[in-house]
Design a protein around this ligand. Structure first.
Ligand code: ATP
Ligand code: AH0
Length: 375
């Protein structure tokens, strides 16, 4: 077996709440060791600027000054996360840097994650693998979700069929059948619409502990209207932009703040429940920030007709999983192992992806050269 690397994975998710960072020791096939993790939030003002940027992202040029300023601020927060983890673990070989998705349109072969990999490499003196999704969408894939590679590596001895459900800004599922078949897709909204609604009505960044939703009543007519979107009858693979269902906020605009929150929470749950899977999972294991929302978890338990647990019951850390995932995928990218597969992202064949930046390194270490990792 090739030497495992100590990698810091970094994820800035669609909730725009901050950077999740985690250390993983891995050879890109198996996980040798889980290290420490942390989350660094963005200042509310930066979060709001990033949120406003998403509304313009489809027509934005790469040299837009506001985009560049946000990209730099976000990257420097990632630098802080890396330096803080390094104090805890010592030597690190590599960074897997997802960046912040500001636009995702796989039908137009476009996906855009901002983040200055060269600056990150320069500030940390570490090699950085980034831009994980472009090769896949250019080949005709969905570009997301990529987490199934990591979930499958961790789930090797779990009871099947099993589902891992990530409820971030957008929600996505990885299903593994009894025969090992993987089905994965974005299910629909996660917390993003609810975050926007809560911010509009309470000034809070999210519906903390589901308090607003729990005080409200689901508007069934609106929910039915939302669930009529063609996305929900499409089979996997399929993926979403954070803004795909943004019109849901207009649909609930006539509701009181609690009823709107209850309806948006029910929308996330209904979208998950209607996802077409080949078999009913024996258990749904939930990760991502949504598992901290009791209204969401309660809705899932009532609707899914199967046990719903958090990934902590598998011994995983549900707040660090995506960051760990991009540490894992960074090593896969470096070894030219697949990040795309027809059954996962819908790419026409198995192919690798990601790009390597060594802007901060001179000389470049020998292990990073082609074939060096397996030597
Ligand atoms: N106690 C809580 N009550 C309600 N919601 C919560 C709570 N804690 C976290 N959340 C929700 O979780 C979100 C953050 O989740 P997470 O960190 O998984 O998102 P992300 O990494 O941005 O998402 P993605 O998977 O889309 O990349 C917050 O924006 C909030 O909506
Ligand atoms: C384009 C993009 O950034 N997609 C994210 C987002 O956040 C959740 C969901 O939508 C998922 O598809 C993906 O992230 C995870 C890590 C993935 O690729 O598996």
């Amino acid at each position: 077996m090739a030497r495992p690397l100590t990698v810091i994975g970094l994820m800035s998710g669609t909730s725009l709440d901050g950077v999740d960072a985690a250390v993983l020791r891995t050879d890109g096939v198996q996980v040798q060791e889980h290290g420490p993790s942390l989350s660094l939030s963005y200042e509310p003002a930066l979060r709001q600027r990033a949120r406003a940027l998403l509304d313009r992202a489809a027509s934005l040029s790469g040299d837009d000054p506001e985009l560049r300023a946000i990209e730099r601020a976000i990257t420097l927060r990632h630098v802080e996360a890396v330096q803080s983890l390094r104090k805890q673990v010592g030597a690190v070989d590599l960074i897997g840097f997802h960046g912040q998705t500001i636009h995702h349109a796989p039908a137009r072969h476009r996906t855009w994650q901002i983040g200055d990999a060269a600056l990150l490499s320069h500030e940390t003196n570490l090699p950085v693998v980034h831009d994980f999704r472009t090769a896949d969408v250019e080949a005709g894939g969905e570009g997301a979700p990529l987490a199934p590679w990591y979930h499958a590596a961790l789930l090797h001895d779990a009871r099947r069929p099993v589902a891992v459900l990530n409820i971030g800004g957008v929600a996505n599922v990885t299903f593994i059948g009894q025969d090992g078949q993987i089905v994965a897709c974005d299910t629909g909204p996660g917390n993003a619409l609810l975050d926007d609604w809560a911010f509009r009505h309470t000034g809070m960044a999210c519906d903390l502990n589901g308090a607003l939703a729990r005080a409200g009543v689901v508007n069934r007519a609106v929910l039915e209207q939302l669930m009529a979107a063609p996305y929900f009858s499409r089979p996997a693979p399929k993926s979403l932009d954070r803004l795909t269902f943004i019109k849901a906020l207009e649909a609930v605009s006539g509701c009181s703040a609690p009823d709107g929150a209850a309806t948006l929470t029910a929308f996330t749950v209904a979208a998950i429940a209607c996802t077409r899977l080949p078999e009913k999972p024996a258990t749904w294991f939930v990760c991502g920030g949504g598992r901290h929302n009791p209204a969401l978890m309660e809705g899932l338990r009532l609707t899914l007709e199967a046990p719903v647990e958090t990934v902590e019951n598998l011994g995983w850390n549900g707040d660090a999983l995506e960051a760990e995932c991009f540490a894992f995928l960074a090593v896969r990218a470096l070894k030219a192992l697949p990040l795309s597969a027809p059954g996962i992202t819908g790419a026409p064949d198995f192919r690798s992806g990601g790009r390597l930046t060594c802007a901060g390194l001179s000389p470049i270490p020998t292990w990073i050269r082609p074939g060096g990792l397996d030597a």
